[in-house]
Design a binder for this molecule. Structure first.
Ligand code: NDP
Ligand code: HSE
Length: 441
């Protein structure tokens, strides 16, 4: 039974937890009016009780054991902001079993354990809210579940990792080296505790799995996503992109192929035409283009990471939880409703490509590579080159770029394996898809 004052348990007082706690105090009268109930933050779980905190706390409110929140009968709602998947998994399971609605921003947890958690949430009738797990302050999770609910979703294409977009923008606009840009993103509170996930594409992949689940009705497992990150993007690729009329973005592409009863799901750095809205999304901003059979094309834009935007998403869910926990037979947490769809293997996906080689400075290189592409039935739309450098033995090499027409990725891989066996090609080529997205491209 909810008392006169709703009791909140907050797990995590880091970047987002601190923002949530501050906003619960700062906007109390507004939130209480909108939720139609007053509230109190009863306990807060952290890892290190001795750490200095940015906020003033009542004595006894902190604990270093999250079980104190779950086992406290007076606590009505749990906010999980500890991150990671092991303890967060235990915490969310325990909270749902204890009948306490959970608000989380933990996309890694949902990507890994979503099936189990949503099943439990459904069985017990205890909601699990997760607006902050995707797109920072952008209200995409609720939008897909409410305002856009009548649509068959044809595609979702977007930039959904703030850290990698911050890095790519800083490399392009300020000429910053990769690691300096990453350090700035960490200092600003955008990066994950382990930023490997931000740069290897997996944070975006976790969010893509959540978006696909919302759009197609069932959790999918992480092994279904083809994922590449931004770690190998070289400044020379950024310069070629600019020269050719594109911007490089870490894109999530989710597309329904109705004729094949399959879903395309990939995360990869891609060439986005400079005329497309997504190419203008800079720094920590995210944008998500959703195309539905009834609504047509929509685009959601906003800050994709950081303390305050994420706090806004968490508190949206908290107010929803405050309202709905007084309606025991009804909640708007996610209910799986569909069978899993087949996910297209990466080799079967089709786009145009940018392929950049390093080649020896000698005659016949372009002809030899072109002949091999032709053998695999891959058309070339343009070729450009740039002076490279001398190797350790004083022999000169150059950059050579091929812009390819649409081809199947499996075919491209086979052609590249042969091309790399040419004695004139040095190292691995850089391969980036070129996205065609409608809407001004
Ligand atoms: P932080 O690393 O800044 O904060 C984590 C907090 O959790 C810390 O207060 C830490 O305690 C506490 N904590 C960690 N493990 C435990 C544990 N086992 N028991 C109790 N407390 C624990 O993370 P963020 O605030 O950046 O992120 C939190 C969650 O929100 C993550 O799931 C993240 O993916 C997600 N998120 C983050 C966004 C962002 O922009 N930062 C945006 C959207 C989602 P202590 O302070 O003592 O170390
Ligand atoms: N590290 C994540 C990002 C936080 O940079 O997008 C928001 O989910």
């Amino acid at each position: 039974m909810i008392g006169d004052r709703l009791q909140i348990g907050l797990a995590g007082l880091g970047t987002v937890g601190t923002g949530v706690y501050e906003a619960l105090l700062r906007n109390r009268s507004l939130l209480e009016a909108r939720a139609q109930i007053s509230y109190e933050v009863r306990r807060i779980a952290v890892r290190d009780l001795g750490k200095p905190r940015e906020v003033a706390l009542e004595p006894g409110v902190l604990t270093d054991d999250w079980r104190d929140l779950v086992e406290d009968e007076k606590i009505d709602i749990i906010i999980e902001l500890i991150g990671g998947t092991r303890e967060a998994h235990e915490l969310v399971l325990a909270a749902l079993k204890a009948g306490k609605p959970v608000v989380t921003g933990n996309k890694a947890l949902l990507a890994e354990h979503g099936s189990e958690l949503f099943r439990l949430s459904q069985e017990r009738g205890v909601p699990l809210y997760f607006e902050a797990s995707c797109g920072g302050g952008i209200p995409i999770v609720q939008s897909l579940q409410t305002s856009l609910i009548c649509n068959r979703v044809d595609s979702i294409v977007g930039i959904i990792n703030g850290t990698s977009n911050y890095i790519l923008t800083a490399m392009e606009k300020k000429g910053l080296p990769f690691h300096e840009a990453l350090e700035e993103a960490r200092m600003l509170g955008y990066a994950e505790a382990d930023p490997t996930l931000d740069i290897n594409g997996w944070d975006a992949a976790h969010k893509a799995l959540i978006l696909a689940m919302l759009a197609y009705g069932t959790p999918l497992s992480p092994d279904k996503v083809a994922v590449r990150g931004i770690e190998s993007i070289d400044p020379v690729d950024i310069q070629f992109a600019q020269q050719l009329g594109y911007t490089i973005k870490l894109l999530v592409v989710i597309k329904r192929h109705a004729n094949q009863k399959a879903l395309e799901l990939r995360v990869q750095p891609s060439f986005v035409p400079q005329t497309h809205l997504l190419s203008k999304v800079e720094g920590v901003f995210n944008a998500i283009a959703v195309s539905g059979d009834i609504v047509g094309e929509t685009i959601f834009y906003g800050r994709g990471a950081g303390k305050n935007p994420t706090t806004s998403a968490v508190l949206g869910d908290v107010v929803l939880a405050m309202r709905e926990c007084r309606l025991p037979d009804y909640h708007t947490g996610f209910h799986p409703y569909a069978e899993a769809m087949r996910v297209l293997p990466a080799q079967e996906t089709v786009t145009p490509y940018y392929v950049r080689f390093r080649v020896k400075d000698c005659h016949g290189v372009i002809a030899a590579i072109s002949a091999l592409f032709a053998r695999y039935d891959i058309g070339i739309s343009a070729i450009t080159s740039r002076d490279g450098a001398d190797d350790e033995e004083g022999k000169h090499w150059n950059y050579l770029v091929f812009m390819l027409y649409e081809c199947n990725f499996g075919q491209l891989e086979s052609s590249l394996a042969e091309i790399q066996r040419l004695g004139t090609v040095l190292g691995e080529p850089m391969v980036l898809s070129i996205e065609r997205m409608g809407m001004n491209d």
